[in-house]
Write a new protein. Sequence first.
Length: 171
Amino acid sequence: MGTVEFAYNNKVHLSTQTTPFKANYRQAPRMGFKGRKKGKYEGAKKFIEKMKEIQEEARVALGKVQEKIKKYADRKRGEVDNYKVGNLVMLSTKDLKYQMVGRRTEKVTERFVGPYKVKKIILSNAVELELPNTIKIHLVVNVSRIHRYVGQVEGQKRKQPAPVIIDGEKE
């Protein structure tokens, strides 16, 4: 374990541009078994100043890396729709697969079911829905699992075909 710890503490990290040991102690780890000097060290003030300087450099380097990571993470994030109480939304079936066992194959199963009303806004990214008793999930869902319901365009609704009559009997 000591070898692994030494290897980790003696490696220059990309984010801080220094080794963790040097960032903490302002010197490379000891390789040998030389004894330490006894008494007061006259360069203690210089050491403290240098340590603060190294820690500030590491803080700046970490801030740059943090901004870079945030930039790439934000590329995948989109603007959240602002839902209001009473809005109609469609619920994703991604978490409902076990409840849809009796339905068609997964490939042709609906991606969203609904529409359901928004009962309450919990947070900007969580809403409570009015769900029927047949859907056995928590009423509060993340907005990534819902989409705003858009009503069908005039003439888009399918009409049920008339029953087929064969030999005078309805099928």
